[in-house]
Design a protein around this ligand. Structure first.
Ligand SMILES: [Cu+2]
Length: 688
């Protein structure tokens, strides 16, 4: 056959293939697919705004000239759902045809009139309140929609479809069992008849995967494991003849993105397990901390890029991947980017997974016992957070990113919670900038080993912040063409894991703060143009929509367990015609590390090292009456103490496994205490 003939056949084959892939004739919901393929406008129908996760709205009635007139249009409380210290409210509400759908940290779903805030229907998940395998707060990052249904994952590892009109369950599919360490926290993605769902649980010795479900029936179409089975591609990055890969984590904490033209679905996989102990898992440990591209229809592997080899720092890839088109050296390029816990943005060519701007493999410090990787990928460009820690009193060593540790704690930045944690990174095609939320915090990394028990924590070490060490954040515009900082704000609180943002064609970045403030910035310059106190921790990513020609900006304000921000159960919507004024500020989150969590009252027993969290006091904070005797029991594996930070005031002495000591608190006061062998392990006793 002649050259032309072959080319003609090739062209025809390509055309028919493209037609099969995007042909609206066979699409299950062509209307939703069409809206998903372009930037968000009137409606906000998927977690990331559209298939790219750019969180970019084309609406521009609210712009840099008038945003200072923005006021509350309505505020609705969601009947106490997800209200309390164990919850985080991290969902982006979805909006379609004047109705808003929002899911809380208890996996309860509410439909609201998007113009008035009136509740139209409710779905109460009834999830087991005894789920013990939640990593980091009871949380749900949002919904997907298509074919008249809403889709979401629950903490009990079920994926559920509800009828959008009524809130009634259409189908429910168990992906896994929570008792085995599996939960779902990510928002799924719907496109062309398929629901893509991640699975969480990387701290519990699980095997991560992306699951594709038939949107109609809930049937599992395919699974792609983020940890290779024996003899599968990538299995040579784990020690041969062991099953460490089968509990190596690499779970998916956030929504995939999808390029319908390339026919690829993209996502990132999180940290390796056990988190801080690499001693038994020699090798790069694919696909931990990696960006992955699969064929969207079949789940067939296409490419991957590992951000952190042989991760021992909990350097998760947890923020959603973002697809964007750009021009570099005069050539149009198809990009993909993700903000890592390392503080870098990783920018790749999404057709092949190769760096777009440049990422160099460079030698890093070595610790033979941890089987550290010889090199790590270092992106060309700027980090958004500091990457070296300062030495603090009571510690022997401080290091920089990728420094090593064993059993003596080593201080490092970024911490194991970032850099950028789950918070999304918006991209504006107008400015060409990424907007990167960052957390500035020190981790005291230490390895102590762990024995795997199904359904229990399996982290092999600790990365607590030393008590008294400062914690703050950054909000940074990064140029997508250079990966360099354009402007940066230092923020009073950590916002890499709470402090979502969204960007608009009106030239605005909207973002929340854990102290309850909701801000609008000039997307080009970073200048703050508006600020509104919502009264609750404003840690969720906002959304932008339009009803009856009026533009709204909405944000779920319900606080965040990891941030320690004020909890709530509210959704706020703002518009230029709004009438509602700000609320009183809630208690601000901590800016210095110390004991966190709810204050338990009526307690007379404190367990040390409970729930397989070796370096912990549970409850960490108690309120007691003067004269109460507290019993401290070491249920961990290592020797621990409870020692007043005011030296000599009171001390249990070092307790071996099973050991118990009692302390009577006669004098009212506020007592902080630490474990003497592990000074980053802390608790608080308030005596009244
Ligand atoms: Cu201890």
């Amino acid at each position: 056959m002649g050259c032309h003939g072959r080319r003609l056949i090739a062209v025809l084959t390509t055309l028919s293939f493209l037609f099969l892939m995007v042909g609206p004739v066979w699409a299950a919901d062509p209307e939703i697919d069409r809206v998903l393929r372009s930037s968000a406008g009137k409606d906000w129908i998927t977690n990331g705004g559209d298939l790219t996760n750019q969180r970019y709205s084309t609406l521009k009635t609210i712009d840099i000239s008038n945003v200072n007139q923005l006021k509350g249009a309505w505020m609705t409380r969601l009947k106490g759902s997800g209200l309390g210290g164990k919850y985080s409210f991290e969902a982006s509400p979805l909006v379609k045809d004047g109705i808003m759908y929002v899911i809380t940290g208890n996996d309860d779903v509410f439909a609201l009139n998007a113009k008035t805030g009136e509740i139209l229907w409710e779905y109460w998940s009834g999830i087991d309140q005894k789920i013990s395998t939640v990593c980091c707060g009871w949380v749900n990052r949002g919904l997907a929609m298509g074919e008249g249904k809403l889709f979401f994952g629950q903490l009990d590892a079920n994926v559920v479809a509800l009828d959008m009109k009524t809130g009634k369950v259409v189908w429910k599919t168990a992906i896994e069992k929570w008792e085995n360490g599996y939960t779902i926290t990510s928002a799924p993605l719907y496109y062309d008849g398929i629901v893509y769902s991640g699975l969480s649980g990387g701290e519990f010795g699980v095997r991560g995967r992306l699951t594709a479900l038939d949107a109609k029936s809930g049937e599992v179409m395919w699974r792609w494991y983020t940890l290779p089975g024996a003899s599968e591609f990538g299995s040579n990055t784990w020690p041969a003849g062991t099953d460490h890969a089968m509990r190596g984590g690499a779970t998916i904490w956030n929504t995939p993105a999808l390029d319908p033209d390339l026919g690829l679905v993209y996502f990132v996989a999180g940290n390796c397990g056990p988190d801080y102990d690499g001693s038994m898992r020699e090798g790069d440990n694919l696909f931990c901390a990696s960006m992955v591209a699969l064929k969207a229809k079949t789940g067939e592997y296409v490419w991957h890029f590992q951000q952190v080899h042989h991760d021992i720092w909990d350097y998760d890839a947890a923020s959603p991947v973002v697809l964007f088109d750009t021009v570099i050296d005069g050539k149009p390029r198809k990009g993909i980017a993700e903000a890592g816990r390392t503080g870098w943005v990783y920018i790749l060519d999404r057709t092949n997974g190769k760096p777009l701007i440049g990422i160099e493999e460079r030698p890093v410090p070595q610790e033979p016992r941890q089987k550290t990787a010889k090199t790590q990928p270092i992106p060309i460009g700027d980090a958004t957070v500091p990457q070296c820690a300062e030495l603090l009193h009571g510690y022997e060593k401080a290091g920089c990113i990728f420094d090593t540790f064993w059993e003596t704690p080593v201080l490092m930045q970024p911490s194991g919670i970032g850099g950028t944690n789950w918070s999304p990174m918006p991209y504006s095609p107008d400015t060409g900038y990424f907007y990167v939320p960052g957390t500035v915090r020190t981790s005291a990394f230490t390895r102590f080993g762990d024995t795997f028990k199904q359904g229990l924590r399996y982290t092999g070490g600790s990365q607590s912040a030393p008590i008294g060490s400062p914690m703050s954040g950054t909000f940074t515009a990064i140029d997508g063409k250079t990966n360099k900082i354009v402007w940066q704000h230092k923020t009073p609180y950590r916002i890499g894991g709470g402090g979502g943002s969204t960007v608009t064609a009106g030239g605005l970045v909207f973002r929340g703060e854990p102290d309850g403030n909701f801000l609008a910035l000039d997307a080009r310059t970073g200048k703050e143009l508006w600020r509104f106190q919502t009264g609750f921790g404003a840690d969720a990513p906002p959304v932008v929509y339009e009803v009856d020609g009026e533009q709204y900006v909405a944000i779920a304000t319900g606080g965040n367990q990891l941030q320690g921000s004020a909890y709530g159960d509210a959704v706020w919507a703002f518009s230029l015609k709004g009438q509602l004024s700000p609320l009183w500020p809630p208690p601000p989150p901590q800016t210095v590390a110390g004991p966190t969590g709810p204050i338990a009252a009526g307690v007379d027993a404190i367990k040390i090292g409970a729930n397989n969290v070796e370096y912990s006091f549970a409850p960490a904070r108690v309120r007691i009456k003067a004269g109460t005797t507290l019993t401290f029991t070491n249920v961990g594996d290592l020797p621990h103490s409870a020692t007043s930070m005011e030296r000599g005031k009171w001390d249990t002495g070092v307790l071996v496994k099973g050991g118990t000591a009692t302390i009577t608190f006669a004098q009212p006061g506020n007592y902080y205490y630490i474990c003497l062998p592990h000074p980053w392990q802390y608790g608080q006793v308030i005596v009244e």
